[in-house]
Design a binder for this molecule. Structure first.
Ligand code: FAD
Length: 441
């Protein structure tokens, strides 16, 4: 380690990276946090932006602002492209320059995950996934545009395709999206169109597995399914999608015509394993030691969705709590090493339980063997999500919006952004010829 104040480079300002940075606020070190986005994103509420409940600015905050009082920490906007473990340096591309090298004494990689189309990357064109704010706004545009297109479409046979929304993957994201879409059509949009009936929209949730929310108990997943069906969602299980194109999906040999397909299935880790040339698990996540370091490199930590660590023979799940607790652990361990204090025992994950919301006023909660569904679980879901938003201003804003939406059924943000320039945003083939006449009542 260099004689000067050691430098800790953190790549990623998500749940893990931010927790690691905060844990080193009093460390006698120069902490450098690099992220390709200027904001920390609260991914669990992305579906609420995609379904018009919240604005993008209500679930994300500039990383620079969050860490503004942390004097030992510098935030850099840039995309990391590689790591030289022998020279101990990270390479990144900044806004105006590429290949910038930053040396480190300690390195924390917390670069999260991206979509996986299970070897069918061509599906991405017709079925966008939900991972970033841009994805959420793009999906919101697509959903709202589908209703606008249907309202101007003369041919009623085409209304059905336009108003069929298919979600592929019945994990928490798919279930939460499906419930929120169902609420959107039955409440907010219900009385606003004159030529179409928004409540005739079909919302279809597809999964190859035998139940929704497969990581929850059978009882809770059955409760979630019943709730979805009560909201009007068609749940189709037991068959994965064989094909997706601009006209819909093929499932178990059946074609479902749809102009809006959303991918809520697999995730793939970031390429950190390739940068480090380190051992990875089958999913590509970096295998880490019980102290979250990479074998042979006590100075390199990998966290959150990018890391693979077993507990009782099973890998820890890719959830926010794992990333936050690992971030705190790695930050504290480095703090203690630099301060030449005894280091903490190996990392242990404290599982606080899983939550998934299914429409207004209903959630499922699984904590160990305890399961709960209904309004109380929904209250717990709301409290937990408010608690973990990055800033108190966001907590207040989201709380007020939720109360308003709960009481009035109105959505916070129904703007179609970039409508004119949406050619790249929405690759769907227009169904309506520009020169056809339209009957307006
Ligand atoms: C739609 C959705 C819903 C979810 N819902 C829940 C939920 O309800 N509950 C729950 O517990 N978990 C949920 N999760 C999972 C949870 O968000 C993740 O487990 C968590 O974000 C992982 O934290 P992380 O720090 O590992 O990665 P992230 O939070 O993803 O942060 C990674 C950061 O690294 C940055 N980055 C990536 N690559 C680079 C690079 N090359 N250079 C520079 N910066 C880079 C990214 O910009 C990002 O800021 C959800 C995820 C999604 C996508």
């Amino acid at each position: 380690m260099s004689e000067a104040v050691p430098r800790v480079v953190i790549v990623g300002g998500g749940f893990g990276g931010l927790a690691a940075a905060r844990a080193q606020r009093k460390t006698n070190a120069e902490v450098v946090l690099i992220d390709r986005q200027n904001h920390h994103l609260f991914q669990p509420l992305l579906y609420q932006v995609a379904t018009s409940v919240l604005n993008p600015g209500q679930i994300a905050s500039p990383i620079r602002e969050i860490l503004r009082k942390q004097r030992n920490t510098t935030v850099l906007l840039g995309e990391v492209t590689g790591v030289d473990v022998d020279r101990r340096c990270v390479f990144f591309d900044a806004v105006d320059r590429s290949g910038i090298a930053v040396e480190y004494d300690y390195l924390i990689l917390a670069t999260g995950a991206s979509h996986s189309y299970f070897g069918h990357d061509e599906f991405a064109q017709s079925a966008p996934g939900l991972k970033s704010l841009a994805d959420a706004v793009s999906i919101r545009n697509r959903v709202l545009l589908a209703f606008e297109e249907a309202e101007t479409e003369e041919d009623p046979r085409l209304h059905r395709d336009l108003l069929t929304f298919v979600l592929v993957g019945a994990g928490p994201t798919g279930v939460e999206m499906a419930g929120a879409l169902a609420e959107l059509v039955s409440n907010a949009l219900r009385s606003e169109f004159r030529r179409i009936d928004p409540t005739s929209a079909r919302i279809i949730l597809i999964d190859a597995g035998s139940r929704v929310l497969a990581t929850f108990s059978e009882k809770l997943s059955a409760a979630a399914r019943r709730r979805l069906e009560k909201l009007g969602v068609e749940v189709r299980l037991g068959h994965g999608v064989d094909h997706i194109d601009a006209d819909g999906v093929v499932v178990g040999g059946e074609r479902i015509a749809s102009k809006t397909v959303i991918w809520t299935a697999g995730v793939a880790p970031s390429p950190a394993g390739t940068w480090l040339k380190a051992a990875t698990d089958r999913a590509g996540r970096v295998r880490v030691q019980p102290d979250l370091t990479v074998t042979g490199h006590p100075e390199i930590f990998v966290l959150g969705d990018t890391a693979s660590l077993d507990r009782d023979g099973h890998p820890l799940p890719g959830v926010a709590q794992v990333a936050i607790q690992q971030g705190r652990y790695a930050g504290t361990l480095i703090h203690r090493r630099i301060g030449r204090k005894p280091t903490p025992p190996p990392f242990r994950y404290f599982d606080k339980g899983n939550l998934a919301v299914v429409g207004k006023g209903f959630a499922v909660l699984q904590s160990g063997r305890v399961g709960l569904s209904g309004f109380l679980a929904w209250m717990a879901w709301a409290a937990v999500h408010l608690e973990f938003l990055a800033q108190s201003s966001l907590r207040v804003s989201v709380f007020v919006q939720w109360v308003w939406t709960y009481l009035t059924g109105q959505r916070g943000s129904r703007l179609i952004v970039n409508h004119r320039g949406s050619a790249t945003d929405d690759p769907r083939t227009p169904l309506v010829s520009q020169h056809r006449s339209m009957r307006v009542r």
